[in-house]
Design a binder for this molecule. Structure first.
Ligand SMILES: [Zn+2]
Length: 474
């Protein structure tokens, strides 16, 4: 049989460190996220497709091999082109950086998976399976093929196979803090597997790292917990050995150490079990591992984005609001900043002012008329904030409960979307600015969402026009 050959969809005998090995994945991804499909999808549809394509890709490649940097770059490039390369803005501009796109929704991102972190989380599962007491022939095959012992961290790297090296690298070994090992812990049994000084079992760090002085004079290096004490009838008693007598201050440290380890004593008749700290069940999962990896690049959650994605509105409208709040819509001001437009052109709605998101949605006289009439329709009066983010946040009323406030915020989203649509209509279809039409469309849009999304919403369009507060409140 000639190598490489395919077995269960996986290429056997190929070299996963070469880009050519990953070509089937790249081709598959390009086919799924191809230009033809993008043309007919809204941005929300494209986001959805990018997310779902990952689950339909041959994941066994990513769960067994570490993808080279060039391959990860190609995957991100395909995703980015698909996300931004369509619609009226047919010139490819990545309006939001890919790092931010991969952030959680409440941090202003879109929660698209970061391919490198996802790859590492999938790979680390092997390490978990090898280290936790799982039994099976596969374990012997892997260990004999890639020939190494567990816990060979920091040992002679040259003797390790490439697969094992990639696995260790994905687990963050060799870095100051390994994301994988910092989540690994032990559930103490008889103390037959846990190493007293080197493993994390009594505290959030290994005892070696907390008490380096005591470790340096200990004779129990690499001893298992069961070897550092004995059963005296039914009582466990610690028997630590030292290579010299201790100074007074070292004895004080020892007292402290004993207080820490006395909380967890070995138990007879059970074996030690490796646990994964990232999940309450103590068992490794790719999802919790991905979250652990993403933790390092996390920013601060922003309540505005958290609320935005809870709003009951169609996803595509939410995407427009998301871009408006981030000021990442292709307004003329933004196109000028990116060098697409050379001359500054006035706002098409009012004929004055530079068209930025701030102007278009708040400062523009047309927008102001829309908001004023909108609030009058709702029968609510307040001084409107001059910044878009806070303007959105302002749509919160004590007389409404949380869910009613989300409906109310949905109407903010509807107005923003309708202003944007009319602006596009003027530029691309020679439409005219009409605040009456914007308001009317926003009212109808909001009514349609409520009708489709809330089973208990039984009001007619006429009732909605007449008394929106009553419709939202009941
Ligand atoms: Zn204007």
């Amino acid at each position: 049989m000639r190598v490489p050959f395919k077995y269960l969809g996986l290429e056997i005998g190929g070299n996963p460190r070469k880009k050519k090995f990953w070509e089937p994945i790249i081709v598959k991804l390009s086919t799924k996220l191809n230009t033809w499909k993008g043309r007919f999808l809204s941005m929300a549809g494209r986001i959805c497709l990018i997310k779902s394509v990952f689950t339909s890709l041959p994941l066994y490649y990513f769960s067994f091999f570490k993808a080279p940097e060039a391959v990860c770059d190609s995957i991100v490039r395909i995703q980015r082109r698909f996300l931004w390369g369509w619609g009226r803005e047919n010139r490819l501009i990545s309006w939001v950086s890919w790092d931010n796109i991969c952030r959680p929704l409440e941090e202003g991102g879109l929660e698209i998976k970061d391919v490198r972190k996802f790859n590492a989380a999938l790979l680390a599962k092997w390490k978990w399976r090898l280290m936790s007491g799982e039994k099976g022939v596969w374990k012997y095959i892997l260990l004999s093929k890639y020939g190494t012992k567990l816990n060979q961290r920091g040992r002679n790297q040259k003797k390790l196979s490439w697969w094992w090296c990639d696995l260790c690298k994905s687990c963050g070994e060799g870095e100051e803090v390994s994301w994988f090992h910092s989540e690994m812990g032990w559930k103490m049994g008889s103390g037959d597997k846990v190493r007293f000084w080197e493993d994390t079992w009594a505290s959030s760090r290994a005892l070696r790292d907390i008490y380096p002085r005591l470790y340096s004079i200990s004779l129990n290096h690499r001893s298992k917990v069961a070897e550092v004490g004995e059963w005296e009838e039914e009582e466990w008693s610690w028997k630590l050995s030292w290579r010299r007598s201790r100074f007074q201050w070292e004895s004080e440290l020892l007292d402290e150490l004993l207080r820490v380890i006395d909380r967890i004593k070995p138990r007879r008749d059970t074996t030690d079990i490796q646990t994964w700290g990232g999940d309450a069940s103590g068992v490794y999962s790719v999802k919790t591992a991905y979250d652990c990896l993403a933790k390092s690049t996390r920013g601060r959650p922003n309540v505005i984005f958290k609320l935005l994605w809870q709003v009951k509105a169609s996803p595509n409208v939410l995407v427009t609001a998301w871009r408006a709040l981030l000021d990442r819509l292709p307004t003329k001001a933004n196109l000028m900043t990116r060098g697409v437009m050379i001359n500054s052109q006035p706002c098409v709605m009012c004929g004055g002012g530079i068209e930025s998101a701030q102007h278009l949605f708040l400062d523009c006289t047309v927008a102001q008329r829309v908001w004023n009439r909108f609030l009058r329709w709702m029968g609510i009066a307040f001084v409107q904030h001059r910044e878009l983010m806070y303007h959105f946040e302002q749509f919160h009323f004590p007389i409404f409960n949380h869910n009613q406030n989300l409906l109310w915020k949905g109407m903010w989203v509807a107005v923003v979307r309708c202003i944007w649509e009319q602006r596009n209509n003027i530029i691309f279809n020679q439409g005219v600015a009409d605040d009456d039409e914007i308001l009317h469309l926003a009212q109808t849009k909001a009514w349609l969402w409520l009708k489709h999304r809330l089973r208990c919403f039984n009001y007619s369009l006429a009732e909605w026009y007449m008394n929106p507060i009553h419709c939202i409140k009941s």
